[in-house]
Design a protein around this ligand. Structure first.
Ligand code: BGP
Length: 491
């Protein structure tokens, strides 16, 4: 059970789920600002004003939502929006980073909100207050020798780009994104070395397949074109980053779910192979190998997809491959063609129930072996340094009379997953970092709930935004402090 010397231990946040301060210092609106909270079994909603001036709500996938023709996304007085305040990292980041340093972090993953830098996405000049804020955050990290690991995009495309250009279906977003990336690369070249282009870029394919029965050919056409435009933006950004600072280490970020066949029926084995191709390899191959996999043609044909791809795009993909492969891991799913199987579903987890595993209150499997399996499989495929940049257990936490929080269930979850990572390293995997998801309690992306807590630090705020926002270390805080101090030797 050995972690290499210099292994980077830390935690992860996202701007839209932690910062709050959604409408101050020049920040523009993003999707989650007009998205209400949901619950474990009901989706979030986006709110809008329709062309006749009437307010409305449309089901959201947690990061986007389809509103009626001519309607405009809008913040409605009648609704509560969990991401407006989140946990107010915007004003409390110094206190929080100090706590992360107390745990012994050597790396902190966070994201820059595009709409703090370019409020409308297509602005000529950047918003200086936004540039100043993140400079101060990164300087605070450096004060404690914590490496920032910066996600350029974590679901939060400026809303104005969605409304004016149709979002990522429009190739114009490639240039807006590259200009945004160039601005922050130049601005923070002295403070930030590690960058990730798109958070969980493969969610688009996961959502299409997860709601496969509902996803029309048009949805696949739109989804695969969005992805192609994001692949080109990512590849251009990697090339640009290396020009601006040859020391930059730039990665992709994949939502890593380990898929197993639900039975030994050969049909399930093949369905599972195809799930790995559409859900995991489709994006990973383009960003790590620089080209679409051969199976892409099958996927496009199956859904009558014809993509707008130019020769220049293919050159960019080839020249803009990532330096590291990073991914989130929470659970495994079982893929089966046998509809009589007992199904499990939680927010964004579907599939046949695995009789050998237990599940969280949100229907996510506890499967540390699945993490070792994923690490060894993906390292063998790409032979790039790997980072696990999200891993955690969303759970209900109880504050005891004396204010303590005994989250043994979270310690058990992380202990098992860290042990699985050590086994993968012992088997030759070049794993260089681990950032737990939600190092501090933050808003759930999928449901908008605060009660789905991941943090090693408790934040006093509930699903309706009531609370002091005070921070309290949980038992897991002190456990993780020991893990880091001993470089993973003491679990
Ligand atoms: C991933 C996102 C994170 C985080 C995590 C946990 O999809 O990259 O932003 O939210 O999932 O999911 P949730 O917050 O829905 O519990």
């Amino acid at each position: 059970m050995t972690f290499p010397k210099g292994f980077l231990w830390g935690g992860a946040l996202a701007a839209n789920q932690a910062e709050g301060a959604y409408n101050i210092d020049g920040r523009g609106l993003v999707q989650t600002d007009v998205t209400t909270g949901g619950s474990v079994d009901s989706p979030r909603f986006v709110t809008y004003i329709d062309k006749d001036g009437n307010p409305g709500k449309a089901k959201s996938m947690g990061h986007n939502g389809q509103i009626p023709e001519g309607a405009k996304f809008a913040v409605l007085e009648t609704e509560y929006y969990p991401n407006h305040q989140a946990v107010d990292f915007y004003h409390r980041y110094k206190e929080d980073i100090k706590l992360f340093a107390e745990m012994g972090y050597s790396i902190l993953r966070l994201s820059i909100s595009w709409a703090r830098i370019f409020p409308n996405g297509d602005d000529k000049e950047p918003n200086q207050a936004g540039l100043d804020f993140y400079r101060s955050v990164f300087e605070e990290c450096r004060k404690y020798n914590i490496e920032p690991l910066v996600s350029i995009w974590h679901f939060d495309t400026p809303l104005a780009l969605e409304e004016k250009y149709g979002g990522w279906t429009n190739r114009k977003l490639i240039d807006f994104y590259v200009k945004y990336a160039e601005t922050i690369f130049n601005e923070y070249t002295d403070l930030v070395k590690y960058w990730l282009t798109f958070n969980e870029i493969n969610n688009t394919t996961m959502f299409l397949d997860m709601f496969g029965s509902a996803a029309s050919d048009e949805a696949y056409q739109e989804g695969y074109q969005i992805l192609h435009n994001q692949f080109v933006a990512s590849a251009k950004t990697v090339q640009l980053g290396h020009k601006i600072n040859p020391d930059f280490i730039i990665g992709n970020m994949i939502c890593g779910i380990t898929f197993y066949p639900g039975t030994c029926d050969p049909a399930d084995i093949l369905a599972n192979q195809h799930k790995w191709e559409s859900g995991i390899y489709y994006c990973g191959d383009v960003q790590a190998k620089g080209k679409y996999g051969t199976y892409a043609k099958r996927l496009w044909k199956e859904h009558n997809v014809v993509l707008d791809i130019t020769e220049e795009d293919l050159q960019d993909l080839k020249n803009g491959t990532v330096d590291i492969y990073t991914f989130s891991y929470y659970m495994s799913n079982n893929i089966t063609t046998h509809t009589d199987q007992e199904m499990v579903s939680g927010n964004f987890s579907t599939g046949a129930k695995n009789p050998y595993l237990t599940y969280s209150d949100w229907g996510w499997a506890h499967d540390p072996v699945g993490l070792q399996y994923y690490l060894e499989k993906i390292y063998d495929r790409y032979e790039l340094p790997l980072m696990v940049v999200e891993n955690g257990l969303g759970a209900f936490d109880k504050v005891e009379e004396d204010g303590s929080i005994h989250d043994d269930y979270r310690i058990d979850y992380h202990r098992a997953h860290i042990s699985a990572m050590a086994d993968a390293i012992d088997n030759g995997v070049n794993l260089i970092a681990y950032t737990t998801w939600g190092c501090i309690d933050i808003v759930s992306a999928g449901t908008g709930e605060m009660r789905k807590r991941y943090g090693f630090i408790y934040v006093d705020i509930d699903d309706e935004g009531h609370g002091s926002l005070d921070r309290t270390p949980k038992d897991s805080f002190y456990w993780y402090q020991k893990v880091i101090e001993t470089n993973g030797a003491v679990l």
